[in-house]
Design a protein around this ligand. Structure first.
Ligand code: FE
Ligand code: FE
Ligand code: ZN
Length: 287
């Protein structure tokens, strides 16, 4: 069965997110660890977490994905901003020890004119200060659209970051379908070639999560504007091939499409339908 969910608001806590997920037939979800624009995090509520863990066990919710605030820039030219990114991410990883065994996704950063090499050096050094050998969370680099001076558009850049991280065994990659498309990887026309390129460069074993989004813009636009499933330039057929692909179908999928809960529910139903059809192409279910 497909592991699929969407981005949910964490404002009411973990149990509330679990209940929202179940309402829309999701068996996972993504959430921001704190206000994505600010840096303050609410105190953790141990009662909420233990109630959520029980609820998740009862309802088959697994592989929840935390997302770092997108305003952080570990590659900033300003040392104070680099330190802020390190501090917040270290604090997020401490907090995630209460829900162990999950992943934490972040945008690698923007080099803001310093050049990719300097940016990558900053990102790797931040990771080398915050990763601990005894942590229970896998930290994911998100593939980026390449807007502005974003690092992580190419698989080679992500590989280079991983190469410089001492505890790189604690790391993986989250592939965002809108971002790679906008970044120039033709996942609609040449999915197998893109996956082979990913495998040669980074290794498919590093791929831990998929952000499943359509794109408002054509291939290579470097824009990063998400569209609803089937309403963008990637299209429903291509996104269906992604959730059914043998190398991808067992990964968790997270929708970050412009939707409220009800719209996410419809997308999940649509994708679950397509995935089960591909498992039983001749309609042989139950025989
Ligand atoms: Fe993201
Ligand atoms: Fe994303
Ligand atoms: Zn995006």
């Amino acid at each position: 069965m497909l592991t699929i969910g969407c981005h949910l608001s964490s404002s009411k806590g973990f149990l509330a997110m679990g209940k929202d997920a179940v309402k829309i037939d999701a068996n996972t979800f993504q959430f921001f660890t704190r206000n994505p624009r600010g840096s303050r995090a609410k105190a953790l509520n141990p009662g909420d977490i233990s109630a959520f863990l029980n609820f998740a066990g009862d309802h088959g919710i697994k592989k929840i994905l935390a997302h770092a605030p997108y305003t952080l820039n570990a590659a900033s030219a300003d040392e104070h901003l680099r330190q802020l990114a390190a501090q917040i991410m270290a604090d997020d990883l401490d907090r995630m020890e209460h829900t162990p065994g999950n992943c934490y996704n972040f945008h690698p950063g923007s080099h803001v004119g310093q050049g990719i090499e300097t940016g990558i050096t900053h990102i790797a050094s931040m990771l080398n200060t915050i990763l601990k050998p005894d942590g229970h969370t896998t930290v994911l680099l998100e593939t980026m659209a390449g807007k502005g001076s974003e690092i992580g558009r190419s698989f080679e850049e992500l590989r280079e970051i991983l190469n410089r991280v001492e505890l790189s065994g604690r790391m993986g990659v989250c592939l965002d379908t809108c971002h790679v498309w906008d970044g120039g990887y033709d996942i609609a026309g040449r999915l197998d070639e893109v996956l082979e390129h990913f495998d040669r460069t980074i290794g498919l074993s590093r791929l831990k999560a998929i952000h499943l989004n359509d794109s408002q813009n054509p291939l290579g636009s470097r824009k990063d504007r998400h569209a609803r499933i089937g309403e963008g330039h990637i299209g429903l057929k291509a996104l269906a091939r992604i959730v059914c692909h043998p190398a991808l179908k067992n990964l968790p999928f997270y929708l970050e499409t412009p939707n409220e809960l009800e719209g996410y529910g419809k997308e999940i139903a649509l994708l679950r339908g397509l995935a089960s059809e591909s498992d039983n192409p001749l309609g042989t279910a139950g025989q």
